[in-house]
Design a protein around this ligand. Sequence first.
Ligand code: EPU
Length: 417
Amino acid sequence: MDRLVIEGGKRLAGSIQVSGAKNAALPILIATLLTDEPCVVENCPTGLRDIRTTVRLLESLGKKVTVDGAAVRVESTGSLKTQAPYDIVQQMRASVLAAGPLLARFGLVRVPIPGGCAIGLRPIDIHLKGFEAMGARRIADQGDIIMSAPRLTAGVLRLRFPSVGATENLMMAAAATPGRTTIKNAAREPEIEDLGRFLSKLGAKVSGAGSATVVVEGKVKLSGARHKVVADRIEAGTFLIATAAARGKVRVLGAEAAHLEAVIAALRKAGAKIGSGRGWIEISMDRRPKPVAVKTAPHPGFPTDLQAPWMALMTLATGFTKVRETVFENRFMHAAELARMGAQIAVSGSAAVVAGVEQLSGAPSMASDLRAGAALLIAALAAKGRTTIQRVYHIDRGYEAVERKLARVGARVERVK
Ligand code: EPU
């Protein structure tokens, strides 16, 4: 298994390019199940493990997939299967997004219920209630959910919580269901907007994606499309926070400031100077950060996916910082690993209090999940001395060529096989 070895304490300078968003590319690739015509999805972070798993999922369901650099071409080879394999769902929970398109098109789908993961229980009740509200019947069988409906019916769906995955699953189901489906209390993440754009290109009429009410006018037969995936705001935010922690001046290319308002506001309060233009954000920071409390929330709130990176930054703050996690119930696994590097963090339930220290020191550490891994990387870049991070495969789920990108701005990061 690979390890990352980081010699910390190097100022970062230069520019760094973000990839297409993993969390937009996943549902968009899965939405190609809605049509028999060819689709080309460009700006896909094809180096990521989750994208490779998605390719395998599409192939296992009967699609032919060709990856050419950052472009993924998805074609039909005949009829599709309506059963997602357990080993793929187990590796990647987002596989449950195949349920919406398959159920809407074929009236039947069988998916293994994804278990919990390192950051929480992550049930899928909101997805399932939505399908039921569209007329599907559900039975559970040996750890699988089977959903059936001769034809889903369009209507008004109200989500009890703005779940990103449920919004996406229901938008895809609605795209292949004739009539107008309205999703209320929908998630508003930029990735939902991107999926909305793709579904519109397939021939469904989507409006309101990115707001709390999404309206989808579906059709039985959808066509193929070509689409360029939106930039990864979480990757961009990670590089901004990393620069604030290690200090320096970095321009993040491809990033959209409008997708990161809460993070940019927090970075400014912490003392960073931030400028932005179309397709770039630049940060400079040359002192210890001021403490800035954050509370995660669905978009446009502070993203849960940047909570761990933010905590890593706040370990160096000039005072006490409170960090509250409201989206996932167990997303503080990084706290104990950061403590091994000299951070002072007390966790109690959904809140953590970080007492800033002047300097972290490098240490052997282990990533427990994707964003916890990013937090360790940020701490390592700022710390004095050498840090090794084990279980890098977690980081590889969401950051493409991370060591090469960081090396380009002066970080000393090496992957050891
Ligand atoms: N939830 C339920 N029932 C449901 C669905 C969700 O209780 O039916 C709960 C979850 O357990 C969680 C909260 O609602 O506590 C938020 O879940 P949501 O459905 O919004 O998240 P997701 O679709 O499972 C996506 C991203 C996550 C990101 C979250 C929140 C993808 C593939 N994943 O997950 O990304 O943290 O939205 O923004 O889009 C990551 O990239 O590191 C990552 C975990």
